[in-house]
Design a protein around this ligand. Structure first.
Ligand SMILES: [Zn+2]
Length: 150
């Protein structure tokens, strides 16, 4: 009776084809694909997180920069005859900040920036002043990378 049990189990088990090594192989491929997907998701999440930081903070930074330069020149008027190199460096830095702010906010407003998880546009409203950290569709959090509640 006890000796028959394993045999009975084997009779009721689904019959496997002769190649028994198929299973470990497909398991390896599947887990490797899952790893690749996770890596791609992490990379896309990192890119979107950086774009969101620029979209949210480039404009305040640019304003603070202009204000800082203005205040400095107001309180230290002796700096006003800036050399051509310093003057151009200040202007170029300001233009670079404004451009980064424009490109990043425009990509969110026009739906170019998509959610790394669901592929929908990340920001639903084109008039939002602040890019939230969660996807507006699937609630995927780009800061923590947590899935959110479906
Ligand atoms: Zn999403």
């Amino acid at each position: 009776m006890v000796c028959l049990a394993p045999r009975a189990l084997r009779n009721y088990a689904p019959s496997a084809p002769a190649g028994a090594s198929v299973r470990p192989l497909s398991f390896t491929v599947r887990s490797r694909m899952a790893n690749a997907n996770r890596a791609a998701l992490a990379a896309a999440t990192r890119r979107l997180r950086l774009l969101r930081l620029i979209a949210n903070f480039a404009l305040p930074t640019a304003l603070a920069y202009v204000g800082g330069v203005g205040l400095t020149l107001h309180f230290f008027p002796s700096l006003i005859p800036l050399g051509p190199m310093t003057g151009s460096a200040l202007v170029i830095a300001g233009v670079a900040l404004a451009t980064a702010s424009f490109i990043s906010t425009a990509s969110f407003r026009h739906g170019v920036a998509t959610c790394p998880r669901c592929g929908q546009r990340f920001l639903r409203s084109p008039y939002a002043l602040w890019v939230p950290r969660r996807c507006q569709y699937c609630r995927y959090d780009v800061v923590t990378g947590s899935e959110g509640d479906f």
